[in-house]
Ligand binder design. Structure first.
Ligand code: NIG
Ligand code: FE
Length: 436
């Protein structure tokens, strides 16, 4: 049953419209067949007969009652035989389902040893230069069989879901050869089918140079373009191409070549940009009309202007800066320049092993200067924009997917105020209660 009525929410936070979070007090939302069909004040969109129904009478035909309703609810009625689950959200907050717009959740092995070296002061870049880092996970991911890899990834999706995430972006990039890039992609495709979280897939064959191409980096660029890219596009399901474009990794020229090849295959562009140094990756994102540029710890003024001019969404990943003890991206500068700001966890086994949405919100607000409203939009509507899904998810509006989170809190501002605590009480995906 994908029909739900949520009523009496202390705050129904729609995240619809420009810039604001859009709070409806004593709000209600109706979901039918997985789609939102009415949003408004409880007394306005629900006839009295419905608002009076006790929450324990969960399955009951409301068709008749809804039919007497005035405007928006009327058109939702013919869709079902009128079975609705009714949730009384008195004293609670209803939000759009969270969207984690940047993760690397499919990986084999762990790098706790590297984390300990970092605790002792060794920089991430130095670990990478000494042959650790990403390529360590590449070795482990190549060695991990498909079903083990999938079960590990499934657990991470379960964890994200418990924090209120209903859509997640996932990247390949721990294969760096056709076989293992495809293995990661297939894990994501199968989990997208089986798991209640939706998985948006990104090809990141240019995440690092694999050891077998040491000293021959341009040949690897060719291999990505000539072999991996055709194989993953033939496999299907991939929407984005991404490159780690930074100092010591893929140069601007190499990234441009790979990303343009992806564009010719119909993929949209994302870039791991200017995390280590201001190499001009944000400018490249603007030049190529990328959907998003991500990390951006060292972004230049020119990069900021370019992203604003071309409407490239910034995906901020403060958990990574926190974990690497680096300075945070200049979030306020991006916002003031008119750049759209989204945020994600960057969940991965190296630079940031965390699924914590509460910690992400704490860092966005306490250390990066976002308001609670900006932080919420960063993981809802702006994250939807970073995934080209603004028409489907990210806000509570008629016609959008019924993806919602209910918080055990009286105001959405508690997301940042109640520091680092998971306040998610229920998660609803396409009108189904997944976490109760
Ligand atoms: O987003 N910056 C590049 N890639 C990942 C790191 C992945 C890893 O360390 O395994 C990131 O932080
Ligand atoms: Fe990343």
């Amino acid at each position: 049953m994908n029909n739900i009525i949520i009523k009496n929410a202390e705050e129904l936070v729609t995240c619809a419209g420009d810039g604001e979070v859009g709070i409806i007090e004593k709000g209600a939302v109706i979901i039918e067949d997985g789609i939102i069909t009415a949003v408004g004040k409880t007394e306005e969109i629900l006839p009295e007969t419905i608002t009076d129904i006790a929450p324990d009478k969960k399955r009951k035909s409301y068709r008749k009652a809804l039919n007497i309703n005035r405007k928006p609810a009327r058109k939702v009625l013919h869709k079902s035989e009128g079975e609705y689950r009714v949730i009384d959200a008195s004293g609670k907050v209803v939000l759009p389902g969270f969207i984690d717009s940047h993760t690397h959740f499919v990986f084999g092995g762990y790098r706790a040893d590297e984390f300990n070296w970092r605790l002792q002061g060794m920089p991430y870049v130095e670990i990478m230069e000494q042959g650790g880092g990403i390529v360590n996970t590449v070795k482990a991911t190549r060695q991990t069989d498909f079903s083990t890899l999938k079960e590990l990834a499934r657990k991470r999706l379960d964890s994200l879901l418990s924090f209120g995430v209903t859509t997640v972006e996932g990247k390949t990039g721990y294969g760096l050869n056709t076989e293992t890039e495809l293995k990661q992609l297939r894990v994501m495709k199968e989990l997208d089918e089986e798991h209640s979280l939706e998985v948006v897939k990104t090809f990141l064959g240019a995440h690092a140079f694999p050891p077998e191409y040491a000293g021959n980096h341009d040949a690897y660029v060719e291999q990505v373009i000539e072999e991996q890219l055709p194989a993953v596009t033939e496999e299907g399901g991939v929407e984005f191409i991404d490159v780690f474009c930074d100092q010591g990794v893929f140069s601007i020229e190499q990234a441009r070549k790979i990303l343009q090849a992806g564009q010719r295959q119909g993929l949209e562009v994302k870039i791991h940009a200017d995390e280590i140094a201001a190499v001009g990756a944000a400018e490249l994102a603007a030049e190529l009309g990328a959907v998003s540029a991500e990390h951006l710890l060292r972004i230049s003024e020119k990069g900021i202007r370019g992203m604003a001019d071309r409407g490239v969404t910034a995906v901020l990943l403060p958990l990574t800066a926190f974990s690497l003890k680096e300075e945070y991206a200049p979030a306020r500068k991006l916002l003031e320049a008119g750049v759209r700001v989204a945020a994600g966890t960057d969940l991965n086994p190296g630079s940031c092993y965390s699924e914590s949405i509460p910690l992400l919100i704490a860092l966005l607000t306490l250390y990066m200067g976002l308001t609670p409203a900006e932080a919420l939009r960063a993981i809802t509507i702006n994250a939807a924009a970073a995934l080209n899904r603004e028409d489907k998810i990210g806000s509570i509006e008629e016609g959008k997917q019924g993806d919602l989170v209910i918080l055990d809190a009286p105001s959405y501002t508690h997301l940042s105020y109640h520091i680092g605590v998971n306040q998610v009480e229920k998660v609803i995906k396409k009108g189904q209660i997944i976490v109760a």
